[in-house]
Design a protein around this ligand. Structure first.
Ligand code: SAM
Length: 239
């Protein structure tokens, strides 16, 4: 999968994406990452990418031309079918279902805004979808673009080894994940649940499912409203 990021801070994207799971995915070729700086598409001495808002008021607005030319250059190199996504606090809320859908795309061109945002005509003409990472306002779209890159990359085939499989993660089947433990067995009198040391895999799986159901019910009951539980799951929840 290919990610193109249109940003005034390409180093922020490149340095962060080079760490951990995303870094390994780039190294092994599961992911290709390219960055496009709108300043490289300006023609004035000051490499101007913003201007004052029509109607007055505080802040600056990102101009259409440098952003549009950067997006079109990215489009020319992106695979056919790549989507242009503007990260914006006004977009649809990004979640695991959106990450799974994006993981099916051949490419994403992620546009990170700055200042008061981008000229609305750019959104109307160049952007396919607008997505938000939550109901708060960031100073720029770079962190949001990195969130999307990370959440999508870990879902791509071959990126996580079996041991790290995303299948057990929270939200993957509409439940939160169960709690996890590692050595030592005793931390200041707090012990690892006995069943996890029993070697009885059927019992361990049952315990994990019960924990996942219980946690989801306590912390995110809204998730259970959206999910059909089978007979065993209903029994575990009631136990
Ligand atoms: N004036 C805009 C508003 O209130 O809707 C906020 C602009 S914000 C300071 C600058 C840029 O940060 C935006 O253009 C967007 O790219 C990015 N951004 C801010 N919050 C975001 C969020 N919750 N999700 C995704 N991107 C966000």
């Amino acid at each position: 999968m290919r990610f193109d990021v249109v940003t005034l801070f390409p180093e922020m994207i490149e340095q962060t994406a080079r760490c951990g799971v995303t870094g390994r995915a780039i190294e092994t070729g599961s992911v290709r990452l390219a960055v496009w700086n709108p300043r490289d598409f300006t023609s004035d001495r000051h490499r101007t990418v913003d201007d004052r808002p029509y109607g007055g008021g505080p802040g600056m607005v990102m101009k259409v031309q440098p952003l549009r030319d950067a997006i079109r250059s990215a489009r020319a190199e992106a695979p056919p079918g790549a989507k242009v996504v503007y990260l914006s606090p006004q977009g649809r809320r990004f979640d695991q279902a959106a990450a799974l859908a994006f993981a099916e795309c051949p490419g994403l061109i992620l546009v990170a805004g700055r200042y008061e945002g981008v000229d609305e005509r750019l959104v109307e003409t160049e952007i396919d979808e607008e997505w938000s990472i939550g109901d708060y306002v960031l100073s720029g779209g770079e962190l949001a673009a990195l969130v999307v890159i990370d959440a999508v990359t870990r879902l791509l085939p071959g990126v996580l080894g079996d041991a790290e499989s995303a299948q057990q993660d929270s939200y993957m089947d509409g439940l939160l994940d169960c709690p996890h433990y590692t050595r030592p067995e005793d931390i200041e009198g707090r012990h690892v649940p006995e069943v996890l040391q029993s070697g009885n895999h059927a019992a361990i799986n049952r315990w994990r499912l019960k924990q996942a159901l219980g946690r989801t019910w306590q912390r995110r009951p809204d998730l259970l409203d959206k999910r059909e539980l089978d007979g065993e799951q209903l029994r575990l929840l009631e136990e």
